[in-house]
Design a protein around this ligand. Structure first.
Ligand SMILES: Cc1cc2nc3c(=O)[nH]c(=O)nc-3n(C[C@H](O)[C@H](O)[C@H](O)COP(=O)(O)OP(=O)(O)OC[C@H]3O[C@@H](n4cnc5c(N)ncnc54)[C@H](O)[C@@H]3O)c2cc1C
Length: 392
């Protein structure tokens, strides 16, 4: 293997480059943005399965230092009635800090990152190898292209033009950070099923609150449809949504000290194809769960290590990538479906919907650790050779 071309420097991109380096395989990252942004953006949770990958890459301590550790998720309803707790050791971290740690580690390992390279097209070459073409007119050639360019992947569009499209979940997410004098949230992230919307928050001992809201809307506003909404617009929406809930929710939202960032939530569950010869989709480009199971980044990290192991242990790149897909597909699709189910419970319609949800939730939550074990307990043994005989 002479060169692996990685498209995208989000989570999967630099993590894959680092895992490949560990496997002795050279790669280069091509990122659309003109330079490292590391904008704080939304925050996310890294669960034990993702944390284990960070350990493999030697980045666990760095990420933990930038994050905030909680032991699970505590669920309540609009009146503060507790439904129960799902245990999950989670590092909550601002997305920009996670991608910064991964990117800086890749740079320190000598992996080149080419900025301002927005991929337009990939072409498998008849004589072997694959070419990547960028919007600035430049191109590069390698043995393999790994698409780490996110849910709206340009590689997927080019290599699999008939692929299924991301699906709008019916939910909008918005999040920000506030400074409050409310009690600290101890060990758990709090998840509140409000009357009209879902609210999640943690309050650190410093008084800094991380919060997000999910609510449903009838029509997909489109990928960029909420970009122009300012804080005043968001505050007005959220005030109305939480008017009938406990006042502390609006208190936290009103105290926001950073712009409120909102997105329509899409997911991508099942693609016919992740791979064709030397081109393969990874992370959100291949399988994008909505944030409702908190698994997107952790799955992307898992992909990074598994693809590197396959390319390390199987000489033929196409066979190695086929193996990668056979190892990863079932788990990733299951996580997307789990996340879809979690999302559908967040904002049930009408009084009756809420009654049914409130009756069933404690039963789901009682299963707690058992129901989520398959997600959180997954471990990838770096030193174990990939099984080349049987399908996984
Ligand atoms: C609001 C929100 C909350 C979330 N919360 C969680 C959570 O709690 N836990 C969790 O695990 N996950 C969470 N996720 C999901 C998580 O962010 C993604 O699953 C994860 O970032 C996927 O990583 P990725 O590298 O595949 O894609 P991305 O992180 O999206 O990175 C893609 C990269 O490719 C670049 N790119 C795009 N197009 C091109 C192109 N044409 N050419 C070159 N480069 C390109 C982009 O600029 C970007 O840098 C959340 C997502 C959102 C939106």
């Amino acid at each position: 293997m002479r060169k692996v071309i990685i498209i995208g420097s989000g989570v999967a991109g630099p993590a894959t480059a680092l895992a490949l380096k560990k496997a002795g395989i050279a790669s280069e990252i091509y990122e659309a943005y003109p330079g490292p942004g590391d904008a704080v953006g939304a925050f996310m949770g890294i669960t034990p399965n993702g944390q284990d990958v960070l350990r493999t890459l030697g980045l666990y301590d760095t990420v933990l230092a930038d994050g905030y550790e909680t032991k699970g998720f505590h669920f309540t309803n609009s009146f503060g009635k507790s439904f129960g707790t799902v245990p999950a050791n989670t590092i909550t971290i601002k997305r920009g800090l996670l991608t910064k740690s991964l990117r800086e580690a890749a740079e320190a390992a000598g992996i080149p990152i080419r900025w301002g390279k927005r991929l337009k097209d990939v072409q498998i070459m008849p004589e072997g190898g694959i070419a990547a073409y960028f919007e600035d007119g430049s191109s590069t050639v390698g043995d393999v292209v790994l698409a780490c360019d996110g849910i709206h992947s340009a590689v997927r569009r080019s290599a699999f033009p008939n692929a299924e499209q991301p699906r709008f979940t019916g939910l909008v997410s918005c999040s920000s950070y506030s400074k409050v004098t409310l009690p600290v949230t101890k060990d758990h992230a709090e998840m509140v099923f409000g009357k009209n919307a879902f609210f999640s928050y943690i309050i650190k001992p410093t008084g800094e609150a991380f919060w997000f809201v999910n609510f449903d809307i009838k029509q997909d506003p489109g990928r960029d449809g909420l970009r122009d909404k300012n804080d005043a617009w968001w505050h007005a929406q959220l005030k109305e949504l939480f008017a009938d809930d406990q006042p502390f929710i609006s208190e936290i939202i009103e105290a926001s000290n950073q712009p409120i960032v909102g997105y329509p939530i899409y997911d991508l569950a099942t693609l016919q194809q992740w791979q064709n010869g030397p081109v393969c989709l990874l992370g959100d480009a291949a399988h994008a769960p909505s944030p409702s199971a908190g698994q997107g980044a952790s799955l992307a990290l898992e992909d990074a290590v598994v693809v590197a192991k396959c390319l390390r242990d199987i000489d033929d790149p196409s066979a190695a990538l086929q193996k990668f897909v056979s190892i990863r597909r079932e788990r990733a699709e299951r996580a997307v479906m789990q996340s879809r189910r979690n999302g559908s419970r967040k904002t049930p319609h009408g009084f009756l919907g809420r009654i049914i949800r409130d009756a069933l939730l404690p039963i789901f939550l009682k299963q707690g650790g058992d129901a989520t074990k398959w997600m959180y307990d997954y471990r990838i043994k770096w030193d174990e050779k990939v099984n080349t005989d049987a399908r996984d």
